[in-house]
Design a protein around this ligand. Structure first.
Ligand code: DOR
Ligand code: ZN
Length: 360
């Protein structure tokens, strides 16, 4: 056995669903998947209806999460697609969330905003949380310029292309306050795998070329990429097989093993893997120090072949199915309580705490 202890693992980019999309997954099933995947905390995205884009939407999500979450959590506010919310409303909601998410391109959930609105949203955000963006293609430099112009702190989600990695690196050199995330599916698969993956390879941003994938790994090694985020986005298998395949794949139970598989293959150091899923996300999202006695034990000398039947996510499928991944989660402890051991989730629904409630 070769055990690595990671304190305060945090996945800053998950879509837990629940509420009107509870058939895809809910706050109980998907935080169960988080704990089984080795996470002590997650930050939930705003695009599940009713959207988390105003006070009532935020209240609805926080009340459901409070009763069901098995791990600690925070919530993203979403930029309202009809425009910037009044200043007083933003000031009231901002301390209750980890940041605001801007959907600068078409994807699941219907929260897309235009380029000029993106700039207004960046300018209006009072903080203290981060401005995160879903941006592809030309929207990437526009978002980075907007951050620089308004001197705001931002996070570019799921960086997908070699060009975007280079643009982030250039802005970091210029002093723009930006961090960036990469997703495990973009680190493992390319568009060449689509034939074999079928609907399990359909997500936004889409899979790229092998040059894009290599640039993401290089960015992880040289610091252009700060975190690895799962973008856990369950949809039912029936929905994925339908004529209008929805974007998104689950990832909470495979992300940490994908990284320790890369460690085993010599593409990453163990220390860097730990930074990507714990140290860096905690620092970026204002969650340092982590709660005491909150850690994950990974057996990096053990592997498992991923099987759809072994998953806790309600959707019950994964693009990683059939792959041998190294790094088996042995134990997860949150605030002194063992919440996962020997393959069993021990935390009851409602055990998880809102990590941003302290500032309300
Ligand atoms: O693939 C994706 N799925 N990308 C997104 O931006 C949204 C997500 C979802 O909510 O399904
Ligand atoms: Zn997402």
């Amino acid at each position: 056995m070769s055990l690595v202890r990671i304190v305060g693992t945090l996945d800053p980019h998950v879509h837990l669903r629940g509420m009107e999309w509870a058939h895809k997954g809910d706050f109980d099933t998907e935080t169960t998947a988080a704990v089984a995947g080795g996470y002590t905390a997650v930050l939930d995205m705003p695009n599940t209806p009713p959207s988390t884009t105003d006070g009532p939407g935020l209240e609805r999500k926080l009340s459901e999460l409070g009763g069901l979450a098995r791990c600690d959590y925070g919530v993203w506010l979403g930029a309202h697609p009809s425009g910037v919310r009044p200043r007083e409303e933003l000031a009231r909601l901002a301390p209750m969330v980890c940041g605001i998410k801007l959907y600068c391109g078409h994807t699941t959930g219907g929260l897309t905003i235009g380029a000029s609105d993106m700039d207004r949203q960046v300018a209006a955000w009072p903080g203290p949380g981060v401005i995160a963006a879903h941006a592809e293609g030309d929207m990437v430099p526009r978002f980075l310029e907007s951050l620089a112009r308004h001197r705001k702190r931002g996070h570019l989600c799921h960086v997908d292309t070699a060009r975007a990695v280079a643009e982030v690196a250039e802005h970091k050199r210029r002093g723009t306050q930006v961090t960036a995330g990469a997703c495990p599916h973009h680190l493992v698969f390319t568009e060449g795998d689509l034939w074999g993956l079928g609907p399990r390879g359909v997500m936004k941003p889409p899979l790229g070329t092998s040059a894009d994938r290599d640039a993401l790994w290089a960015g992880i090694r040289d610091g252009a990429i700060d975190v690895v985020e799962s973008d856990h986005a369950p949809h039912t298998w029936d929905e994925k097989l339908g004529s209008d395949t929805p974007f998104g794949v689950p990832g909470l139970e495979t992300t940490i093993p994908v990284l320790f598989t890369a460690v085993r293959e010599g593409r990453l150091t163990s220390e860097r893997a730990v930074e990507l899923v714990s140290v860096a996300p905690r620092r970026i999202f204002g969650l340092d120090p982590h709660p005491a006695e909150t850690y994950t034990v990974v057996d990096t000398g053990a592997s498992r072949v991923v099987g759809s039947g072994d998953l806790y996510t309600l959707c019950g499928w994964t693009p990683f199915s059939g792959m041998e991944l190294w790094g088996v989660i042995r134990r997860v402890v949150i605030r002194g309580t063992v919440v996962f051991e020997d393959g069993e989730v021990l935390a009851p629904p409602g055990f998880g705490l809102n990590l941003y409630a302290k500032s309300v």
